[in-house]
Every structure is written in structure tokens, then in C-alpha cells.
Design a protein around this ligand. Structure first.
Ligand code: HEC
Ligand code: HEC
Ligand code: HEC
Ligand code: HEC
Length: 222
């Protein structure tokens, strides 16, 4: 008789199955990208508990640099300017001279040199370390790992055109899978291609789980 119950209510069984398999997006609030959650040695002041303000502003946002790539961007350009990019004789894509677009947005904290409170106009917002100095990535635990730049030569290539290497999945395949390409031609691999700054549901702010190297295999045919 149990079997019949399921047959009578197929919708209920299906809803249960979907709930068990689909990962629900998480909020940036309370995540590592909510600067209000930084360790207590770091003092965040003047922001009224706001979360988005360290990256976005609703009015008078910048439209140059990272602001051309990220909606309503409100951070200063990265303090670092001497970048070392990934280089390899087997890479087909043209090697860029410096990070572009959305990647510059990430590197305005992840270069390790730029202060968290380096906003276009701070309006009294400060993020300071125990000594009262502007805090940056080296003030958080494991900051030496989290500061991926300015030496990007030992990191997965960014600011490269997707699809030049024929050994990759098609652009539509990877976009359908949930990855994003950027730039004027919507064909550039940037930091935010693999990471979603707002959602840590997969850990490491990854757009897709990398269990079994699933993220890597979404693009690479290997
Ligand atoms: C640590 C920096 C950072 C914080 C904090 C942040 N964002 Fe973003 N946001 C970005 C970056 C970088 C992008 C562009 C990359 C992308 O496409 O996801 C973006 C893109 C967006 C977009 C457009 C693309 C999309 O995903 O729809 C919206 C809308 C947005 N953010 C809203 C918010 C809101 C609302 C908050 C606060 C609750 C917030 N963001 C907090 C960095 C941030
Ligand atoms: C406003 C500064 C800021 C910006 C901009 C920013 N981050 Fe972060 N990010 C942080 C901080 C601070 C941490 C460390 C949080 C912690 O240790 O709790 C972090 C942590 C991370 C982590 C490590 C998460 C983990 O669990 O190990 C990743 C991945 C990451 N950020 C990627 C990005 C990417 C990609 C972008 C751009 C799309 C970006 N971040 C933009 C401040 C920033
Ligand atoms: C091709 C995909 C891809 C690109 C592009 C990419 N990342 Fe990552 N990143 C990953 C993966 C996978 C991890 C490991 C996450 C984990 O295991 O928690 C990671 C980890 C990280 C971490 C955590 C510390 C560490 O080294 O493990 C930070 C911070 C980070 N990425 C920032 C960035 C920034 C900033 C950029 C652009 C300059 C970038 N990522 C570009 C895939 C990528
Ligand atoms: C968004 C799609 C995408 C994802 C996801 C991705 N890659 Fe890549 N990867 C590329 C592209 C594009 C290149 C440049 C290939 C070329 O032009 O030869 C590249 C280059 C590389 C290279 C250097 C190749 C060379 O010839 O120097 C390695 C190694 C690599 N990826 C490994 C990984 C690993 C490991 C992961 C998972 C952590 C990963 N990739 C995730 C798109 C991706």
C-alpha cells in the first residue's frame, strides 16, 4: 500500500527530491565577504553595519577601471600596479599584461596591499587593525594565502579569452553549467568566472562545487 501512496502524490515525492538535491544560494551577510564578521582585532566603524557599502554604492558610482565591469562599484583601484601575470609556452590564449575588469575589483582587496576601507569617498567609514592603522588582507587569518596578487604567475590564468584553446568545452556549455564570462565580448575568464563573491554555498565562494574536480572539468576536457 505504501507504493500506492507515492503514486497518488507524485508531486510531493518530486518536491522532496528537489529539496534534497538542489543547493540553496547563501547570503553574503555573515559570510567572509561581510566585513562586519572580520576578527575582533579589526575595528569596522562608520558603516552602520552595512555590508554592500565596501564594494557598491547606489549613486555616483565610478564608471572607470573596475567600475566599467562591476555594477555600481565603489572601491579605489588596487594599490598594486606591478603585476606578474601567468605565463606558459603551452597556453593558446593571448597572455595579458595586467589584470582587467572584474579581476581588478577582487584585487582591490586580494592584492594584499589595498586597505579594506579604500573607498572612492569613505564618508568616515574605517577598517583598522589593532594598532589603529588601515587594515588589509594581511590582518586576517591566512592573509598570506588570501592575498593572491600582485604576483599572479602561480595562479590560474585570468583576463584571458575563453575558447581559443580547442581542448575546452564550448562557451554555451560552461554558461549553462553556471559559470560566467566577462568583458565587452562576454568571453573573458576573470576571478568571478569561477567565484561568486556573494555566495559561499559551495565553500571558497566557488560558483560550482569542485568535488571530484567538477569545476575544472566544466571547462577542461581532460
Ligand atoms: C566584497 C565586494 C562585494 C560586496 C561586499 C558586495 N558585492 Fe555585489 N558584486 C561584487 C562584484 C565583484 C560583482 C561583479 C561580479 C559578478 O558578476 O558577480 C558584483 C555584482 C553585483 C550585482 C550584479 C551582478 C549579479 O550578480 O546580479 C549585484 C546586483 C550586486 N553585486 C549586489 C550586491 C548587494 C546587494 C550587496 C550587499 C548585500 C553586494 N552586492 C555586496 C562585489 C561585492
Ligand atoms: C572589500 C574587500 C574584498 C573584495 C573586494 C573581495 N574580497 Fe574576497 N575576501 C575578503 C576578505 C576580508 C576575505 C577573508 C574572509 C575571512 O577570512 O573570513 C576574503 C576571502 C575570499 C576567499 C576565500 C574564501 C575561503 O573560504 O577560503 C575567496 C575565494 C575570495 N575572497 C574571492 C574573492 C573574489 C573572486 C573577489 C572578486 C570577485 C573578491 N574576493 C573580492 C575581502 C574581499
Ligand atoms: C579557474 C577558476 C578560478 C579562477 C579564474 C580563480 N580562482 Fe580563486 N580559487 C579557485 C579554486 C578551485 C579555489 C580553491 C577553493 C577551495 O578549495 O576552497 C580557489 C581559491 C581561492 C582563494 C582562497 C585561497 C587559496 O589560495 O586557496 C582566494 C582568495 C581566491 N581563490 C581568489 C581568487 C582571485 C582574486 C582570483 C582572480 C585573480 C581567482 N581566485 C581566480 C578557482 C579559481
Ligand atoms: C572557466 C573555465 C575554466 C575553469 C573552470 C578552469 N579553467 Fe583552467 N584554463 C581555462 C582556460 C581558458 C585556460 C587557457 C587555456 C589556453 O588558452 O591554452 C586555462 C588554463 C589552465 C592551465 C594552464 C595551461 C597551460 O597551457 O599553461 C591549467 C594547468 C589549468 N587551466 C588547470 C585548471 C584547473 C586545475 C582547474 C580547476 C581548479 C581549472 N583549470 C579550471 C579555463 C578554465
Amino acid at each position: 500500500m505504501r507504493k500506492n501512496t507515492f503514486a497518488l502524490f507524485p508531486g510531493v515525492a518530486l518536491a522532496g527530491l528537489l529539496a534534497a538535491t538542489s543547493a540553496q544560494a547563501l547570503s553574503i551577510v555573515g559570510s567572509g565577504h561581510d566585513l562586519n564578521t572580520l576578527p575582533s582585532a579589526i575595528t569596522v566603524a562608520g558603516n552602520d553595519g552595512q555590508v554592500c557599502i565596501f564594494c557598491h554604492i547606489p549613486h555616483n558610482a565610478r564608471t572607470d577601471g573596475a567600475g566599467a565591469a562591476v555594477p555600481l562599484w565603489w572601491r579605489q583601484a588596487p594599490a598594486s600596479t606591478a603585476w606578474t601575470m601567468y605565463d606558459s609556452p603551452t597556453m593558446d590564449a593571448v597572455k595579458p599584461g595586467s589584470p582587467q575588469g572584474v579581476s581588478l575589483a577582487c584585487l582591490s582587496c586580494h592584492d594584499g596591499a589595498t586597505a579594506f576601507d579604500a573607498l572612492v569617498f569613505s564618508g568616515g567609514i574605517t577598517v583598522t587593525d589593532a594598532g589603529g592603522n588601515p587594515a588589509n588582507m594581511f590582518d586576517v587569518p591566512a592573509g598570506f594565502i588570501l592575498a593572491v596578487g600582485p604576483n599572479l604567475s602561480n595562479d590560474h590564468p585570468i583576463s584571458i579569452t575563453y575558447g581559443v584553446d580547442p581542448e575546452l568545452k564550448t562557451t554555451s556549455e560552461i554558461e549553462t553549467a553556471g559559470l560566467r564570462l566577462y568583458g565587452a565580448g562576454t568571453d573573458q575568464v576573470e576571478c568571478a568566472t569561477c567565484h561568486d563573491v556573494h555566495d559561499d554555498v559551495n565553500g571558497g565562494f566557488l560558483r560550482l562545487s569542485n568535488i571530484g574536480s567538477a569545476l575544472c572539468l566544466t571547462c577542461h576536457v581532460k
